[in-house]
Design a protein around this ligand. Sequence first.
Ligand code: GLY
Length: 437
Amino acid sequence: MVKSATVLVVDAGGRGAALIHKYSQSKHVGKLLAVPGNDLMGLNTTKNLKIFPDLKTTDVKEIVNISKRENVTLVDVAQDNAVEAGLTDHLIKTGIMTLGPTRMAGQIEWDKAWARNFMKKYKIPTPVYRVFNSTKPAKEFISKNPNKRFFIKAAGLAEGKGAIPAENTKQAFDAIDQMSKFKKAGETFLIEQWLDGEEFSMFAITDGKTFQIVGSAQDHKRLYDADKGPNTGGIGCSTPPLIVNENIYKQAELIIKKTIQGLAVEGRQYKGVLYLGAIVVNNKVFVIEFNARWGSPEAEVLVPGIQSDIFEIAVHVSKGTLDDIKIKTDGNARVAVTGSLKPGIPEKQRELFGLKKVLKLKDVTMYGARVKREKDRYFVSSGRLFHVVAEGKTVIDARKKVYEAMSQLFIEGDNLHYRTDIGWRDLERLKKNDLRS
Ligand code: GLY
């Protein structure tokens, strides 16, 4: 193993911050780089960290150049659009180790039409779906299926906003019309059966031959409490989700196994983190989507729990020797709450207060996404701003700590928004069990 490795993480947000934090704990890693990174990444490491805020995760040529110039040992290709841009392929050609799939393997995320056809071929349970390339036949299909609920999904990458629920014909027509706003990503789109059930995600690390499950989580996608409001990329998350009992775990594990094996048969050996987005309907697991990376904020609750050296894991994935190690996790519960600006307020720079108090709290970590630092002051202007994560023995315990931490944070003009019910499903389950005992 390398003595003083340099690791480059390609990510802009809280997921990248959680990865920087974890790589900084590796005994092999001496120096960390992030493209583009963010201003709060430095909070989570005492090791030498350099960020490249002017670069995009899709600036393949420049990232390869930096990797050569800075003698990078390993690049963690953590963001979806970097996978689609083929960053892993270019780095492999240069002889640099990577954690992250090639463009062809990553098609399982960046082309949802291809992914559904792949799943069908390998008998992986999916909702019923149809693929369309223009609005007219799609609307004809909707008209022939009145009174049915559907999800209309852009086939390409749409920052977590490409799946639009439609409860009636009018909403379905509107959603079909909205596909064009995703430009190339919405040129092909899917109409999928609406499944009623409970969602969770499961994460596997694989070298394309063997895999290990590192954890499961439950994301909260809607903007407001009680799962109301528009979909976001994910606004809070908890682990472990209690829906994942032994039966559900086995089904999800089998889906992951069939997927990794199927991709290998297709000549698209998958190396990296595979994210199964799943829904449980009457005790049966269906695939909502696969992603070719950690989720965010799922990474923020799962990566901190990895106890094995993450650099060693990444090297084994890259070399195809994952079978040589057993990835250990701490088994703790964690809850992440995502802070954003209050919806609808004009975008302008506002000051964020309370960060230093939060950083001093026990069992609490903060991963920045879009927070700008100016000396000792912090500023925000739009989007998912940061994720506060707390750990505990149970979700109840972690939840209490995370909301205590959130109560210390303020945005100028009282403009901080966050959900106050993250982990509500398991909280209700645990309360019911308490009442029974
Ligand atoms: N949290 C959902 C995602 O990362 O896609």
